[in-house]
Design a protein around this ligand. Structure first.
Ligand SMILES: CC(C)(COP(=O)(O)OP(=O)(O)OC[C@H]1O[C@@H](n2cnc3c(N)ncnc32)[C@H](O)[C@@H]1O)[C@@H](O)C(=O)NCCC(=O)NCCS
Ligand SMILES: Nc1ncnc2c1ncn2[C@@H]1O[C@H](COP(=O)(O)OP(=O)(O)OP(=O)(O)O)[C@@H](O)[C@H]1O
Length: 277
């Protein structure tokens, strides 16, 4: 089974592409890291407890008040505690200054391992059901190291940063211009991610440009999926499932390839930095 990593930057169109990939004619199952990242910090979970222990003393509005819960339809507080006030936590961790970077690293250190565990369980489920591919929708695919396990990576990118900012503010009108700017800056430049995917070569890394309309996007997704599909037909997914030793060898080979792509990219980056000095 092909693990197709779907990534990009904030508001570049990952969720829109993931909806396209989930619908006909592609009909792929989706594992959404944002959904899992919410699940693993629900009240009562170990993730929730760690976040409250670290952030509450310095973030008085970290938990929703009963009236805020009513207004978002979250129900009343129960014995597991009040839900997190996500915008308030976002203000603590999104941005470029050292304090926010440190707090973001701490939050990532709590949330990412729990997300990875949930993700592996879902991958196993889809593998056992004989799907030819599953989409891993992960905004921070490269940053979290999950690129290594993916047989192919699709980056959804926009070439004009103003388009990204406009779509973000239209989708999240509650964000101030400053908050929106902080969120965009908290993720790497999407054009850099596009270049990184392309270094993986034909079908192993593809870029979907989303500067145009949704109809154009659908066509573009169709075209790049043609390249991806060539590398991993349905019969191959069944062969891996029915011949476990073959499946194990292929998993190891894919991990090795992913690791080699990562190393190649890191050394290219080092060379570029050295040239700039
Ligand atoms: C800070 C939190 C509570 C803000 O929640 P909020 O509901 O306001 O935003 P949401 O979760 O929908 O995120 C919106 C977008 O921000 C970006 N983003 C989220 N977390 C991060 C991060 N740690 N670093 C950079 N960008 C991020 C993603 O593109 C995401 O799609 C939340 O984003 C969070 O818990 N982040 C840490 C976990 C994480 O990395 N999630 C991303 C997938 S693993
Ligand atoms: N081609 C397009 N034309 C117009 N609007 C678009 C297009 N693609 C996406 N959008 C809109 O832009 C906004 C951001 O898109 P989407 O939610 O798919 O991005 P995302 O990368 O998943 O964002 P996030 O990382 O924040 O979850 C949405 O409101 C979406 O409807």
């Amino acid at each position: 089974m092909l693990l197709l990593g779907l990534t990009g930057s904030i508001a570049t169109g990952k969720s829109t592409v993931s909806t396209i990939l989930h619908s006909a004619p592609h009909k792929l199952p989706i594992i959404d890291a944002d959904v899992l990242a919410r699940k693993v910090v629900e009240p009562g979970t170990p993730g929730y407890k760690k976040i409250v222990a670290y952030f509450l003393p310095t973030t008085p509005d970290l938990l929703l008040t009963p009236s805020e819960q009513d207004s978002i339809g979250g129900g009343g507080a129960d014995s597991r505690g009040r839900p997190l006030n996500r915008p308030a936590l976002g203000r603590r961790v999104f941005g470029d200054d050292p304090e926010r970077r440190r707090d973001r690293a701490i939050l990532n250190g709590i949330v990412h391992p729990a997300v990875r565990r949930e993700m592996y369980k879902e991958i196993l489920y889809y593998f056992c059901h004989g799907h030819w591919a599953v989409v891993l929708d992960v905004p921070l695919l490269f940053e979290s190291g999950l690129d290594v396990i993916c047989g192919a990576i699709m980056v959804v990118a926009v070439s004009d940063p103003a388009v990204q900012m406009r779509r973000l503010r239209a989708r999240n009108p509650h964000l101030s211009a400053e908050d929106a700017e902080h969120r965009v800056r908290s993720q790497g430049d999407v054009r850099q991610k596009a270049r990184r995917a392309e270094t993986r070569g034909d079908g192993g890394g593809v870029v979907v440009w989303n500067d145009g309309s949704v109809e154009e996007l659908e066509k573009e997704v169709g075209a790049v999926m043609g390249k991806v599909r060539k590398r991993s037909p349905q019969w191959w997914a069944w062969a891996l499932l029915l011949v476990p030793p073959l499946g194990s060898v292929v998993v190891l080979w894919n991990l090795f390839q992913g690791w080699r792509w990562r190393r190649r990219w890191d050394s290219e980056q080092r060379r570029e930095k050295a040239k700039q000095r």
